[in-house]
Design a protein around this ligand. Structure first.
Ligand code: TXA
Ligand code: MG
Length: 321
């Protein structure tokens, strides 16, 4: 349980230029004062994150947006009205007070208002926006529990606010209003708010393919969210396990698998095939399999609709090829 005192201590640490791990509805974040370039530099250092990869700024309510964003297009406002607080980050033109290190030198920044009580209390209590990437080392699996964060950073990160497992389990959807030539919305990362829901509100959103992905959106780097064990994304898990009978093969199955023989370990993301439940379990299941000393993990694809887009995006980036 997170107490009022815990939040006050964490807020003091943020104001003093330190770092804090905190829960959100998507994944745990590693936060610094977004307006303090030196504090933000420590986030990059601790994560071993390259400085060309910009961070998301977190605010407690939409009213804080005008101080940070230079322009908010009408469609962005509509999305804010419908989906904030929630797992949606918007890429907008930034005000000069957002330091370059937060945005990797871009004139745009990503911003969201998390749908999480503790997160918003922390932001309010600190009195500043929080720049926060997921609280994992660069390229590794995102944390959905406080234990995941502690396993990764240990003593290097004294304050981890523990509010149990994250409700959504995959990161926020990132929609940009600055990356297409005419300012039309573009989906930079599928996430907790589905493309279908977004398009219901503002109509068509451009979805760039991986091949055309831009270096300005390093969340689109092809290898990311990776376990140390080689992960293969394949619908043919039966064939892979039979062809590799000398190897220890783990299975990450979407639903209850039809075929289980030969696998050294099996994780089922959702017995009933519910994408929402699968998203919640995805990263923790990947970590559990990764901890078993397997030779390969075979992940089965999920239907690429709704939250399945975010799950497939993470699985493709976790996969070796
Ligand atoms: O759910 C989330 O979004 C979590 C929690 C902690 O809020 N945060 C998170 O942050 O996933 P991170 O740093 O792991 O992902 C940030 C994403 C990256 O894909 C990054 O490239 C993109 O946001 N991004 C940030 N600023 C951008 C900008 N100015 N232009 C394009 N993409 C940007
Ligand atoms: Mg991340």
């Amino acid at each position: 349980m997170v107490t009022a005192q815990d939040i006050a201590d964490a807020a003091n640490t943020i104001r003093a230029g330190g770092l804090v791990a905190f829960p959100t509805e998507t994944v745990y974040g590693l936060a610094a004062n977004a307006l303090d370039a030196t504090a933000v530099a420590q986030v990059f250092e601790l994560k071993c994150r390259p400085q060309f990869d910009p961070l998301i700024s977190h605010i407690a309510d939409a009213s804080q947006l005008t101080k940070l964003a230079r322009e908010v297009p009408a469609q962005a406002l509509e999305l804010i009205e419908h989906f904030w607080p929630g797992p949606l980050s918007l890429v907008l033109k930034k005000q000069p007070q957002v330091p370059d290190i937060v945005t990797a030198g871009l004139s745009s920044f990503a911003i969201r208002c998390p749908d999480h009580e503790i997160a918003r209390k922390l932001i309010r209590s600190a009195g500043v926006p929080l720049a926060a990437p997921s609280a994992n080392r660069f390229g590794m699996i995102s944390p959905t529990t406080a234990t995941h964060v502690i396993e990764q950073f240990g003593d290097q990160l004294p304050i981890v606010l523990d509010d149990g497992p994250c409700r959504i389990g995959v990161e926020s959807t990132v929609v940009s209003f600055v990356d297409s030539q005419d300012g039309r919305p573009m989906l930079l990362r599928p996430g907790g708010v589905t493309l279908e829901k977004l398009e219901e509100i503002i109509g068509p959103i451009e979805v760039p393919t991986l091949v055309s992905s831009r270096p300005t959106s390093p969340g689109q780097l092809s290898r990311h969210y990776s376990p140390a064990t080689p992960l293969i994304l394949s619908a043919d898990s039966e064939k892979i396990v039979s062809a590799n009978d000398k190897l220890k093969v783990g299975l990450m199955s979407f639903q209850r698998p039809h075929f289980t023989a030969g696998f050294a370990a099996i994780e089922v993301l959702s017995e009933q095939g519910c994408l929402r439940e699968a998203a919640v379990n995805l990263f923790a299941a990947m970590r559990r399999l990764d901890a078993l000393g397997l030779d390969i993990i075979v992940a089965q694809p999920v239907p690429e609709v709704e939250l399945g887009r975010a799950i497939m995006d993470r699985l493709r980036r976790a996969a070796v090829s």
